[in-house]
Design a protein around this ligand. Structure first.
Ligand code: PMV
Length: 315
């Protein structure tokens, strides 16, 4: 049997703008997607036949990255799905790592590349932020120019993203899930329409880009007060881009009195917000009272892992 596991992620800064040549910062969280893979008579996921409707990520991966006898995949996850915490990225990484492990193991760079291919082909327009965060663990900076501590570079079409290690100071985040799914392609398209017709939108994206570089400095300087301020500002700019929602803002407002800062994370519309705080219980309580689902999380330094092997006789 092969087992592989990858962490959830949160985008700390720069979502959406990262699709327009701007940098983004993501961290991986201490919640994981684990999969187990064995040989079988026929393909299955969680004991049901592999389905294009239910298993788009696994199906694409098996059809395009794997060549061998049928596999049975079982998943177990502590990452709420469609919440903006990267459950599909973690699944993509775990599947990429498991397929790599069948062939004797792969590097993190190959895993990040395969996992990005899976997400990109299933979701359409996507940056490698989520899958690289989930692969590497800790913190990453994704940018269009090469910086210190480069891990790998990934290209699609005429775009190349450079992914860097970014040390993150010890911090506690509280995630507030709105209970409403976040549908990434819809939000991405909404921003694209606005971007194409409005100079204001393009300037807002520019401003997010500048803010992310300020955030890199604040994180390197371990200045959580400044990191919080920048989170608030990033949230306002995302609101201008149209991806905030009443539910998200309600949870941000609930977290604000006990936090350094808070913002929506990921594509927005629904999904989750994150608050940076040293009073996590109070923030979690406020989020719950306003109808959200809180998760107290910390940064996971552990990225993707894979172990085991599949023998020829199927074990
Ligand atoms: O919805 P999520 O958590 O996968 O985040 C999407 C972030 C975007 O910048 C909007 C898209 C991307 O692929 O970077």
């Amino acid at each position: 049997m092969i087992e592989s596991s990858s962490p959830a992620k949160a985008i700390l800064f720069g979502e959406h703008a990262v699709l327009y040549g701007k940098p983004a910062i993501a961290v991986s969280l201490d919640r994981r997607m684990t999969i187990r893979v064995v040989r079988s008579e026929r393909y299955s996921v969680d004991r049901r036949p592999l389905s294009i409707r239910r298993n788009r990520y696994v199906k694409w991966a098996l059809e395009n990255l794997y060549d061998g006898p049928p596999l049975a995949v079982t998943t177990s996850s502590s990452i709420p799905s469609a919440s903006g915490l990267g459950s599909s990225a973690a699944l993509s990484c775990s599947v990429a790592a498991a397929i790599g492990q069948i062939g004797g193991g792969i590097s993190n760079e190959s895993c990040a590349s395969d996992a990005f291919d899976i997400e990109y082909n299933v979701q359409g327009r996507a940056s490698p932020t989520d899958t690289s965060a989930s692969t590497h663990g800790g913190g990453i900076l994704v940018s269009f120019k090469e910086e210190d501590e480069r891990l790998w570079s990934l290209s699609k079409g005429d775009r190349t993203w450079h992914v860097h290690n970014l040390p993150i100071p010890p911090m506690t985040l509280v995630v507030g899930f709105t209970r409403k799914p976040s549908v990434t392609p819809i939000q991405v398209e909404k921003v694209a329409n606005f971007y194409n017709k409005s100079r204001f939108a393009r300037e807002t994206i520019e401003e997010i880009g500048d803010l992310v570089w300020d955030a890199v400095k604040a994180l390197k300087g371990r200045d959580l007060v400044r990191v919080g301020e920048l989170m608030d500002r990033n949230n306002s700019l995302l609101t201008i881009l149209g991806v905030n929602s009443r539910e998200l803002q309600k949870l941000k407002d609930a977290a604000a009195p006990h936090s350094y800062g808070a913002k929506l994370t990921g594509a927005g519309g629904g999904g989750s917000m994150i608050a940076l705080t040293d009073r996590p219980e109070e923030v979690a309580g406020s989020i719950e009272r306003r109808g959200g689902v809180p998760f107290i999380v910390s940064i996971s330094e552990k990225g993707v892992s894979a172990s085991g092997r599949i023998d020829h006789d199927g074990h």
